[in-house]
Design a protein around this ligand. Structure first.
Ligand code: ATP
Ligand code: MG
Length: 258
């Protein structure tokens, strides 16, 4: 069974903006799927629907066979435990009043019943647990007392990743997690995600306008244009003649063409 199954999903905002139009795809456990498309193609809308932050009327979204319905609070709590999101703008997703270590512990505080299998937390203080998580994402422990404004963009993004993986989600939805970072830091974050995917068997939905980043991380790619899925393929078929014209244009724009 697919971990995530999206079937004929459409989403209209008011003023008749058709942000998503008949989108269907599925994601198996341990897979990394990339979603690419230009600005306004519906990527963030899709991410928000998938994490239960945005409602939808048409189509179905199933996670582990259970529908994601933003209005069912109990189901949503269970679901939040299994699906975490990393946002493009790490600044607005971190509480400016909390030092790094407290920010990192927020999800574990919300789900006290969870203890991540990759951490031996016995005998550790709460702060030490946060510091262990910092190490996993390549952040120096000495930064634990800092506030978000005292961190670089890349460091903040790592805090976001540490938070997200702390409760060992089954699915990680990343909405342009590297868009605000410079190229070397982008590569580091992509490497980190790839390593986490492998070592923790994470399923990742990676959203980006950058086909280069997607082709580094993901084995399957979905292309969105004006809310419609115009192409979907395995990475090995990136250069096949049957690719949609729009995909070819993205390949060219990313200077990936041969
Ligand atoms: N809350 C909203 N109300 C009305 N329209 C919206 C809302 N959010 C997004 N839209 C519109 O829906 C469409 C898809 O937006 P979305 O944010 O999903 O695109 P995106 O692919 O994430 O773009 P970007 O790459 O710029 O982040 C756009 O036309 C946008 O203007
Ligand atoms: Mg977006």
């Amino acid at each position: 069974m697919s971990l995530l199954k999206v079937d004929r999903l459409s989403k209209k905002y008011t003023k008749n903006v058709q942000a998503l139009d008949d989108v269907s795809f599925s994601v198996n456990e341990g897979e990394c799927i990339g979603i690419v498309g230009e600005s306004g193609s519906g990527k963030s809308t899709l991410a928000k629907v998938l994490v239960g932050l945005e409602s939808y009327r048409d189509g179905t979204v199933l996670f582990n066979g259970i529908p994601i319905l933003p209005k069912k609070r109990d189901l949503l709590r269970q679901f939040r435990k299994n699906v975490q999101m990393i946002f493009q703008d790490s600044t607005s997703s971190l509480n400016p009043k909390l030092p790094v270590w407290k920010s990192i512990l927020e999800p574990l505080d919300n789900f006290k019943e969870v203890s991540p299998s990759f951490l031996n937390i016995k005998g550790l203080s709460r702060k030490e647990i946060a510091e262990e998580l910092m190490e996993i994402v390549g952040l120096d422990r000495s930064l634990s007392e800092r506030y978000p404004e005292e961190l670089s963009g890349g460091q903040k993004q790592r805090v976001g990743i540490a938070r997200a993986i702390s409760i060992e989600p089954l699915l990680l939805v990343c909405d342009e997690p590297t868009a605000s970072l410079d190229v070397t830091v982008q590569v580091q974050i992509l490497r980190l995600l790839k390593e986490l995917q492998k070592t923790k068997n994470l399923t990742i939905l990676f959203i980006s306008h950058d086909l280069r980043a997607v082709s580094y991380l993901c084995e399957k790619v979905i292309v969105l244009k004006d809310g419609r899925m115009v192409d979907s393929f395995g990475l090995a078929d990136l250069y096949q003649e049957e690719r949609h014209e729009y995909t070819k244009a993205l390949i060219k724009a990313a200077s990936l063409d041969r």
